[in-house]
Design a protein around this ligand. Structure first.
Ligand SMILES: Nc1ncnc2c1ncn2[C@@H]1O[C@H](COP(=O)(O)OP(=O)(O)OP(=O)(O)O)[C@@H](O)[C@H]1O
Length: 622
């Protein structure tokens, strides 16, 4: 029979493990200790508000000090403090049992983010200290102050001590490897990062201010408060003006351009979340804007890596999210499967979609002006989130080459006359480069087609996505086919050439161009269309682009994939007819070559010696 048992972990090993695991992020010891001090202060405030503490509250703040000579850092609060029993219970037992669990669970993982989860918060002090002392006096009447000390082994000492004020002071005797933490700038930096918006005043160092006016003014030194205890997101949106939001933004991102607009998040059911998300003006370089959202838990800064809480596409936004309900201190894979996190992520997505919809509805003109930036969010969102896609269909705008913007529905009705093919598909014709695709655009315009501009970085992906998700829409780049064939209709232009003549023409071109493998086709186009056109069929071109994106072009190298370029000969063009009738073979080949070069030229594909030859031949013909 199998035997069941428990893996026992010896607490002797804990400190080395904590130190080893957490070495990458030593800074957080200060966050943990200051957060504890703030908790203790808020608990006292709570007791007072419930009438369970009737003593003098006094000035409530957390004081951080460094003493370079004694090599100590201390964190003091005037919160609830602890009795001897409480020290034994909360510091000794909880931490040690928590630490045991910690060691068992995460022996083999990268655990730099899981510290607080198991009540190791306080123990993070040992990452930077060779000895830690706690001086504490409970808020309860007549409480005896106690001193606890520990040198990082599992032995601790606890004794009675004298302490004037209620509350707790933690003294860290900084170890040799951590002396950087005795620098004012280092501590300032850490406090600025983690404690900037903590809810109880934190004092560190002093600052000089001028008091009074004119001759009476004097300089005085006063404690420096490093935090803003009630940041904007904790306030009632109804009381805030645009200016407040813009100022707060400047505060958070001093170097950034003004944002376009923002959303104030505020829910308390089924989870707790507040925050402000800003939409920056984004241009093409998405990566520059990523990872600017800061995540807080009850005003304690946790991280600016919100990968798993905020849907990918919304990571372009800036701002803060504060939620005590996000399990911050657990591993990433856990976060991804956490139902709460999913709900939060869905909530944010919905809010953003609603905001865009509202902007669109309330002020279309302004919305259109901001479309360049908004479009990135909208398209990115529609690609990555199906629910967002459904909402986005209403506020997505398509822009044509004349700069006119349409919703999907508006666009469909615009092209319903002329650009619906024989299978009832709406054909959206787009250009990625107006300069390069100019001759094709002209051709399509002659047919009365509308041409969309799809030239942003995200568009090529977006196109595939839209097609896939929307029925009866097909996207074709303007050079995917000759203008006559872009929208496939039943009607056919009559061929002037017989089958034999067509075969002869193809052979003639192959010979003239000296390449048997060219994909040549004779089509009956209108007489005024060019004699030769090179097209890049939509499907093959996308394959090629994909292959290139995946590096090198796969089995085809950087070259052209077969079938990714077709040469269309216009059987109804007068010049083609003349080439076919030309009895002098050399002359026929010369003309064939020339018409082909013209097609290349219109696409900016005529290069090197081919170009030189073309110029010489042109001069000769002139
Ligand atoms: N400054 C303090 N004043 C009063 N009690 C404190 C103070 N610091 C710590 N404690 C007590 O010690 C306990 C353990 O602290 P520790 O930081 O290890 O874990 P935690 O704060 O409970 O959890 P976490 O840090 O994971 O949020 C606290 O819950 C609290 O009861």
């Amino acid at each position: 029979m199998a035997e069941k048992g428990r893996i026992s972990v010896n607490t002797e090993n804990i400190f080395p493990i904590i130190k080893k695991f957490l070495y990458s992020d030593h800074d957080i010891f200060l966050r943990e200790l200051v957060a504890n001090a703030i908790d203790a202060t808020q608990k006292l405030q709570k007791l007072a508000s419930m009438g369970e503490f009737n003593g003098e509250l006094g000035e409530l703040y957390v004081q951080v000090d460094i003493d370079k000579e004694a090599k100590t850092i201390s964190i003091s609060d005037r919160g609830i403090g602890m009795t001897e029993e409480e020290v034994k219970k909360y510091i000794n037992q909880v931490a040690f049992s928590g630490a045991t669990e910690f060691v068992e669970k995460f022996k083999d993982q990268d655990t730099s983010s899981i510290i607080g989860k198991f009540g190791l918060g306080f123990y993070s002090a040992f990452m930077v200290s060779k000895e830690v002392e706690i001086f504490t006096k409970s808020y309860q009447e007549g409480a005896q102050a106690v001193k606890w000390s520990c040198d990082g082994s599992t032995e601790f000492e606890i004794e009675n001590t004298e302490k004037e004020n209620r509350g707790t002071t933690i003294v860290l005797h900084v170890n040799e490897d951590s002396e950087e933490f005795l620098e004012e700038a280092t501590i300032s930096g850490i406090l600025n990062r983690y404690a900037r918006f903590m809810p109880v005043e934190i004092r560190f160092g002093t600052e000089k201010i001028t008091e009074g006016e004119g001759d009476d003014s004097k300089e005085i030194e006063q404690p420096k408060v490093i935090n803003n205890t009630d940041p904007l997101w904790t306030k009632d949106p109804k009381e805030l003006k645009d200016e407040d939001y813009l100022n707060f933004y400047k505060d958070l991102y001093p170097m950034s351009e003004e944002p376009m607009f923002w959303i104030h998040l505020n829910v308390d059911y089924p989870f707790n979340l507040t925050g402000i998300l800003y939409f920056p003006k984004v241009k093409n370089d998405i990566t520059l804007h990523k990872d600017k959202i800061q995540l807080y838990s009850r005003q304690v800064f946790i991280t600016d890596n919100v990968e798993d809480i905020v849907p990918e596409f919304l990571r372009l936004m800036h701002g803060v999210i504060d939620s005590p309900d996000i399990p911050l201190n657990v591993s990433r894979s856990y976060l991804q499967s956490d139902a709460q996190v999913k709900k939060i992520s869905n909530y944010i997505t919905r809010k953003v979609a609603d905001k865009l919809n509202e902007l669109f509805r309330d002020n279309r003109e302004d919305y259109e002006k901001k479309w360049e930036s908004i479009g990135l969010f909208a398209k990115y969102g529609m690609m990555t989130d199906d629910k967002f896609f459904d909402k986005g269909k209403k506020f997505l705008l398509l822009e044509d080459i004349d700069g006119k913007k349409y919703t999907l529905d508006e666009y469909k009705s615009l092209i319903s006359e002329n650009q619906v093919d024989k299978n009832d598909n709406y054909t959206f014709i787009y250009t990625t480069d107006e300069g390069l695709q100019h001759s094709y655009i002209e051709g399509a315009k002659r047919k009365g087609y509308n041409i969309l501009k799809m030239d942003s970085m995200i568009d090529s992906h977006f196109i595939q996505n839209v097609e896939h998700k929307l029925e009866q829409i097909q996207m074709k780049r303007v050079d995917a086919d000759i203008a006559d064939k872009l929208v496939e209709k039943d009607e056919e232009t009559k061929h002037e050439l017989t089958e034999d003549e067509q075969t002869k023409l193809v052979e003639l071109y192959k010979k003239a161009l000296g390449n048997e493998n060219l994909e040549l086709k004779v089509e009956a186009l209108s007489a005024e269309e060019s004699p030769v056109t090179i097209v890049k069929p939509e499907f093959m071109r996308r394959m090629q682009e994909m292959a290139e994106m995946q590096g090198g072009g796969g089995m085809f190298g950087m070259g052209m994939m077969p079938g990714s370029q077709n040469i269309i000969l216009n059987g109804n063009n007068a010049l083609i007819a003349r080439i076919l009738k030309e009895e002098n073979e050399a002359e026929a080949h010369k003309l064939a070559r020339h018409t082909y070069d013209l097609a290349l030229l219109s696409q900016n594909m005529l290069k090197g010696s081919d170009l030189t030859n073309f110029i010489n031949r042109s001069l000769e013909l002139v």
